[in-house]
Ligand binder design. Sequence first.
Ligand code: ADP
Ligand code: MG
Length: 225
Amino acid sequence: MKIISDLAASVAHEVRNPLQVTRGFLQLLAGRAEEKNKPYFDLASNELDRASDIITDFLTFAKPEIDTIRLLNISEELKKIEAMMMPMVAMHGGILHFSSQDNLYFYGNSSKLKQALINIIKNSIEAIEPDGRIEVKAQSEHDQVVVQITDNGVGMDEEEVSKLGVPFFSTKSKGTGLGLMVTFRIIEVMNGTIKIRSAKGKGTEFTIRFPQVYQDEILPDGISL
Ligand code: ADP
Ligand code: MG
């Protein structure tokens, strides 16, 4: 397993670099291209981004280990995620609403948490109608930091829910079926749990729980007792 995952990670790295260089040159050329040819450059860049996203997911799956674990404040993390998701909601339509209790701490890695939650929120955006609604809420419950993501989108039946996280399970024509697999891995590595409830035609609710760290347990240098 170790050899396979090292190999997968190095191949993914090696493929991602030339993709990024190619994208850079495409952008350069797009700036000098005739107006009628610009859409082709956009298409090419978008496809490169898609390839790069798939490789990022694959890389996380092959090597989910987290290098830096820090004390995270969920309301601050959600603020960053909100800023990143707003353009996508604006394009798709719908309401994305965030709310969070203050000073809720837990241990994790900020960029991995972002990746995990963004995969869930993206699915919600893709599941709702342009007048739909997504709620992202964080609160404390039984010594746990609980993050809930609820949408009133297409929903899933029991069989679909049971397939979530299985590599390549996707009902979308352009889906990769890697998003939730990565999310599940990340949450597991961060000692969290995830539960899903869904009803076809009604909507979906993801509930994620992390062990809460209380302020009186935090030493000045950020290490807990
Ligand atoms: P992808 O988004 O590439 O299809 P994911 O792993 O992110 O892959 O999701 C797998 C499948 O789970 C989706 O294709 C969709 O059918 C279903 N799904 C995930 N989240 C939701 C949701 N919020 N509402 C309805 N279906 C969902
Ligand atoms: Mg997805």
